[in-house]
Design a binder for this molecule. Structure first.
Ligand code: ATP
Length: 432
């Protein structure tokens, strides 16, 4: 079904979900921009995560740390020394590859004449301030997690939380990937949704198991079929040096299983490292029991682009309506970019004022689209393709009966609904 990837990528470009970055200059090295529908989908994915991780819980608070941080952070975290991928050169065609992805053959020219693999650090280096020298070097963060660890004491003090509690953060991360690819699956600039859950040391395993289940459920709750998801536990030799257990939530992409999210038991590694390098005490002191300890950390770390891609692939469908083929994105209502489309049956002046009134009524409650171009059939198709759950049609009868027709994307059922009940009707049906 590699075909499905092509269909989804084409739809994403054609309908303005995703554009190649700097396209008028020929694009720029696997970077992408999110268009009008894409930015809505992306925000909805991020909002759904924030809602599940922060809003609906009393044990997790949010944070938004800077992308640029003191270089010492990356020394302490181990990224400067070990955040590398094995790089090989093909001596024949001069292409460079990630050794663990290609075996002993160059995918470009088929040559076996490859150099020995050497570690390549994935962090983007830059300079801060007007002087470019060793002292001004800084790095774009390759993960959001470290911004959380260095703020552990600040959050602990100001939020009055005690372990077990978590700090959640969403934001851009940057990795100079050797071979980006598969559309928005692997890019050099991407968005992460990460949460560090701080627990008493003896509760690490319990919470690791809890978060594996919880995070898997988030994807199925948002409409990804359970059979397209799996939890893959890492073998001991695959574990990062700091990890006491890691599992990936994987999605069955058309090209095979791929990671959506990693859940790791990072033990007390990060807080201990930052305490050592900064000289600050990063621990929890329980005033009632007099107990003092460095919390262990469970981290669910997800990627926005990867899950958007999974949501799009899982939602893509083709069926037939009245003998005509249609493409439909069966996105979960919460993720659908536009919730309601307002469509006057014709462009006649007689309908426009009422249609605009209906649009004005709805737009304060839901993300809406207003479209009066082309035939009603074509406009339905356009909304189906964008995943819009409901279309509201204003026809000539509306002027008399003050009611509109509401069409459901999935069942295609059409209901006649009085305008005065419309907001309530849509709210009941849209699980947002
Ligand atoms: P991979 O093995 O695919 O390179 P990783 O194990 O290095 O990923 P983590 O460091 O665990 O990834 O990052 C957490 C999440 O961030 C990943 O599960 C993924 O969703 C996302 N992510 C990581 N690197 C990228 C990237 N280059 N492009 C898009 N998303 C990414």
């Amino acid at each position: 079904m590699a075909d499905l990837t092509e269909k989804v990528v084409n739809l994403a470009k054609r309908r303005g979900f995703v554009f190649p970055s700097s396209e008028i200059y020929g694009g720029f090295r696997s970077t992408y921009d999110y268009g009008p529908l894409g930015v809505l989908l992306k925000r909805n994915v991020m909002d759904a995560w924030w809602r599940a991780m922060v809003q609906e819980r009393d044990d997790i608070v949010g944070l938004d740390a800077a992308v640029l941080m003191a270089p010492k952070v990356w020394e302490a975290s181990g990224h400067l020394a070990t955040f590398t991928d094995p790089l090989v050169d093909c001596r024949n065609c001069k292409e460079r590859w990630r050794a663990d992805q290609i075996g002993d053959t160059c995918p470009n020219c088929g040559s076996h004449d490859l150099t020995e693999a050497r570690p390549f650090n994935l962090m983007f280096k830059t300079h801060v301030g007007p002087v470019e020298n060793e002292g001004s070097v800084a790095y774009l963060r390759p993960e959001t997690a470290q911004g959380i660890f260095v703020n552990f004491a600040n959050v602990l003090q100001t939020s009055r939380k005690k372990p077990p509690f978590g700090i959640a953060q969403q934001g851009k991360s940057f990795r100079n990937e050797i071979t980006p690819g598969n559309f928005i699956f692997r890019t050099r600039e991407f968005e992460q949704m990460e949460m560090e859950f701080f627990v008493p040391p003896d509760q690490g395993q319990k919470w690791f198991e809890y978060w594996c289940e919880e995070r898997l459920r988030w994807y199925t709750d948002l409409g990804i079929p359970a059979e397209s998801l799996r939890l893959r536990h890492h073998d001991p030799e695959e574990l990062s040096h700091y990890s006491a257990g890691t599992a990936d939530v994987e999605f069955l992409y058309p090209w095979g299983w791929g990671e959506l999210e990693g859940i790791a038991n990072r033990t007390d590694y990060d807080l201990t490292q930052h305490a050592k390098f900064s000289g600050e005490r990063l621990e929890y002191f329980d005033q009632t029991s007099g107990e003092r300890y460095v919390p262990h950390v469970i981290e669910p770390a997800a990627g926005v682009g990867r899950s958007m891609m999974a949501f799009l692939l899982a939602a893509y469908d083709e069926d037939e309506v009245a003998g005509e083929a249609r493409t439909v994105l069966r996105l979960h209502h919460r993720l659908a970019p536009t919730k309601v489309a307002v469509l006057p049956l014709s462009r006649k002046d007689t309908l426009t004022p009422t249609a605009k009134e209906v649009y004005d009524l709805l737009k304060v409650h839901f993300m809406c689209d207003y479209d009066e171009t082309q035939s009603i059939g074509r406009r339905y198709r356009r909304q189906d393709e964008a995943g819009t759950p409901h279309c509201v049609t204003i026809d000539f009868e509306t002027l008399d009966d003050k009611a509109v027709t509401v069409r459901d994307r999935d069942t295609l059922a059409q209901d006649r609904v009085p305008i005065e009940r419309l907001v309530e009707y849509l709210r009941e049906r849209l699980s947002v």
